[in-house]
Design a protein. Structure first.
Length: 196
């Protein structure tokens, strides 16, 4: 998705700036969204918001473990990649990170969710935390136009193992990275490393 929040010392209006907030330290928080996919809604503490009321927990919440994931997916006959992108099950995993998480956990994106074992669910949860933590430390992933609030790109792109690397050699086994489309989303994987 596109759209950014940036912090600035002064108001310099750019094309597609939609909202400018003055913040306590004399700086400004500016919301820019060229495609107008975003939404800003001001809520009071404790208010519910219909767009996120049905979201599942994020992978960092304490109760999100192998058993939690296994119970959520044991009867689902969809591929595991679609499960990772389903915010009603687990929130906060985007398409890039789903491919990277499955590579790290050595699980094929084609595997059906109802065929995952508890041990494989444990690998997915562990890899989710590992990959997302690395991405956060790198400032996110800039492929085209992502920038953080300080207008800096994310550098996790330099650490991607499979995403966007179709036809390149796997960093682990040197097999070629493959690209498929699942549920209208690009998926990248190594069929040698991700056999299960």
């Amino acid at each position: 998705m596109t759209g950014t929040l940036r912090v600035s010392d002064k108001v310099i209006s750019l094309k597609h700036d939609h909202i400018i907030f003055g913040i306590n330290d004399g700086k400004f928080l500016i919301y820019n969204d060229p495609r107008r996919f975003g939404l800003i809604k001001i809520l009071n503490k404790g208010d519910e918001f219909y767009l996120i009321d049905n979201n599942g927990p994020d992978p960092f919440e304490k109760h999100v473990d192998a058993e939690f994931l296994f119970q959520k997916i044991k009867n689902r006959k969809t591929n595991v990649k679609a499960i990772l992108l389903n915010n009603k099950i687990i929130s906060g995993i985007g398409n890039i990170y789903a491919s990277e998480i499955l590579f790290d956990s050595k699980i094929s994106p084609k595997k059906l969710a109802n065929r995952l074992t508890v041990n494989q669910c444990q690998k997915i949860i562990k890899s989710s935390k590992k990959v997302l933590n690395k991405a956060i430390k790198a400032g996110g992933t800039t492929l085209k136009d992502y920038f953080n609030a300080e207008s800096r790109p994310g550098y996790f792109k330099n650490k991607l193992n499979v995403y966007g690397r179709d036809g390149e050699s796997c960093k682990v086994c040197k097999s070629k990275i493959k690209h498929i489309v699942q549920n209208n989303r690009s998926t990248y994987f190594c069929s040698t490393c991700q056999k299960s």
